[in-house]
Structures are given as C-alpha cells and as structure tokens.
Ligand binder design. Structure first.
Ligand code: SF4
Length: 167
C-alpha cells in the first residue's frame, strides 16, 4: 500500500492563505507524489468556512496543544476570538487525514493551524516561537506524523521507510 500524505493546500500553489496568497513549495518530489496519487491536498481553515482573504490570526496564551484543551485562544489581529473556527479546522484536517488513510502530513510551518515547528507568539509583531498550530497538534495526538516544509528530506526518507513496511 502506498503511503499517503496530507499536504497543506497553500504549499501546492492554492491561494488560500489569510492574505489571499499561496506559499508554493517547488519540489520535484511533490509533483511525483501527486502523480502517484499519494497526496491529499487540504486547507483546514478553508474547510472550516473561513474566508480568503481573512485577517491574520495567532495563538495567544499557549500553542495548539493548549488551544485544544481550551487553555489558549486564537485571535485575529483585530482581537476577534476565532478559536472555535480554528478548532473546527483542526478536527476537519484530522477527519480528512483519517478518511483518506494518511499516515503523514506536510504542513505549512508558522501557521496557527498547520504550524508544526514554530508559531507566531500572539503579539502580531512577526515574532515566532517554538510550537504547533491546532491541526498539527491534533494530528500528532492521533498518531499522524507532521513535517514542516523545511523537513522535506526527512519526509522523503520516512515515505520510503513506510512504503517498505506497508508492502
Ligand atoms: Fe495553508 Fe494551512 Fe493556512 Fe490553509 S490553514 S492557508 S493550508 S497554512
């Protein structure tokens, strides 16, 4: 069985980010994986009904793990609490990954949803800190391995390993 990978839609060139832009990751391997039908392209925020463009949002009072427990909030830059929308985004990402049999995810780092290594610190000053977004945290809680776009080499190695284990 081929290893499947949930991938952030903005990494695949879809203009779904808060600012109406994409964050394309030009990698031959992504084109190959797409041809091999391994990729499940998904934008959790769009799936949860958020509009594009939208205001930037950051986690305040903790990271994705804390937000999942109601101990941190996700606020837009005008102070609106959008935690519930982002929690829905996280659960929809998990459902999509599980329904399509994804063991791995490649997600846009820095996002309050998809970030897996770093997130913005809630000050809206462009400052990052180590942490996870809500979807990345929830996927990891359910055993799905999440990689940032800076970890493509590690992801390629993991796909090869899982392909062998699954064959
Ligand atoms: Fe990209 Fe994820 Fe943000 Fe959607 S939720 S725009 S896929 S980083």
């Amino acid at each position: 069985m081929k290893t499947k990978i949930l991938v952030s839609a903005c990494l695949m060139g879809f203009k779904v980010r808060y600012n109406g832009q994409d964050k394309p990751l030009i990698a031959e391997v992504l084109a190959r994986w797409q041809q091999e039908q391994r990729l499940v392209v998904h934008c959790p925020e769009l799936a949860a009904g958020l509009a594009t463009p939208r205001l930037p949002a950051e986690l305040v009072g903790g990271g994705g793990q804390e937000a999942l427990k109601g101990m941190a909030n996700i606020l837009e830059s005008d102070g609106t609490d959008v935690s519930q929308h982002y929690l829905l985004a996280a659960w929809l990402a998990l459902k999509t990954a599980q329904d399509s049999g994804c063991q791995l995810a490649l997600m846009t780092d820095g996002s309050p949803t998809c970030g897996s290594q770093k997130i913005y610190d809630g000050s809206f000053q462009g400052v990052t800190q180590p942490g996870m977004g809500v979807a990345a945290a929830l996927l990891r809680q359910h055993g799905i391995e999440v990689y940032a776009q800076t970890e493509l080499v590690e992801l390629i190695a993991r796909v090869d390993e899982l392909d062998k284990a699954n064959s």
